[in-house]
Every structure is written in C-alpha cells, then in structure tokens.
Design a protein around this ligand. Sequence first.
Ligand code: GTP
Ligand code: MG
Length: 163
Amino acid sequence: MAEGRLKIVVFGSFNAGKSSFIQALDPRSRHIEATSKESEGATTVAFDFGRLQVGDQAVYLFGTPGQERFEFVRQILSRGMDGAIIVVDATTGVDAMTRHLYGQLKALEVPLVFMANKCDRPGAEPDTIRRDMPGETVHPISAQNGENVRAALDAFVATLVAR
Ligand SMILES: Nc1nc2c(ncn2[C@@H]2O[C@H](COP(=O)(O)OP(=O)(O)OP(=O)(O)O)[C@@H](O)[C@H]2O)c(=O)[nH]1
Ligand SMILES: [Mg+2]
C-alpha cells in the first residue's frame, strides 16, 4: 500500500449529520456554521474540515452544507475529490436532495458510499436505504455515539486505496 493523501467530500441533505460525522472522526475538526430557523442548532454555511490517518493514508474530510442554496459551495469543495460519502438520516430515508446529490456524483464517476446515520434512534431503517440504492454500499452508523463510524470510513478508504 503506497503512502498517500485522500480527499473525501461528505454530502447529504440538510440535517443528515454530515458535520457530526466529521466531528466523530476528528474531534479537532473545524466547522463553519450559523444558527438557523430550520435547525435547532447550527447549520453548515461554508464547510467542515477534518483530518485523520487511515493506515498509510492521510485522509482529508470536507463536509458540505446540506441546504440547497449552497450548491456553489458543494461545487468548489468537490474539485479533485478522490471519494464521496453521502450521509442519509436513516429515520427519514432517501429524499429528493439525496437523489439529486447521488445523480450528480454518479455522473462524475467518483467512488461513493452511503452512511445511514442516526441508527441510535428508534425508527432508523438502514435496510430501506439499501433497497432504495441498489448496488451501493450502505453502512449503518451513529455519528452521535460514534458507533461503526470509524469502521465504515476505514472500509471505504480501503476500497479507494485498492483502486
Ligand atoms: N440521534 C442522533 N442525532 C444525530 C446524529 N447525528 C447528528 N445528529 C443530530 O442531527 C442534527 C444535525 O446534525 P449536523 O451534524 O449538524 O447535520 P448536517 O448534515 O451537518 O446539517 P447541515 O450542515 O445543516 O446540512 C443535530 O441536532 C445533531 O445532533 C446521530 O447519529 N444520532
Ligand atoms: Mg453541517
């Protein structure tokens, strides 16, 4: 396995848990947020940035804003990415925004994986996401309690390194 750097960009609908996912992977990650009426807490208005080592790979994680109006930010952050993660709230499932992001990423032919987030909550249905996204890998996670977060990222990084 050659040493290297990987740029992974994290996509997903508003409130899916993208920032929390990066926070769980890198407690020292940085987040550019604002308070909003729609969300109880903060919403990403620019990006999240986290860094961690996975084997010989330095992994740079860029989290995008979920709100539709930040399409231009997602475009900028997408440049030169080696892989894409789509975070889905498993209690609400695949929505129109998730499908929009998925279509864009498929067109770019970038390696991608799904994280079915909030699996700590009752009503989370990662299998429904699997059914809605046939042929795609879906990892059940909880960004809040950290369950399966690191293992899921490691598995995705392994597929990128193997390419
Ligand atoms: N129960 C539970 N709540 C979570 C989990 N992950 C995130 N949340 C909560 O969901 C809300 C949104 O989380 P964020 O990480 O800000 O979501 P985001 O996708 O970055 O949101 P935007 O940047 O606004 O698009 C917050 O209140 C989090 O505490 C999880 O795994 N379980
Ligand atoms: Mg965010």
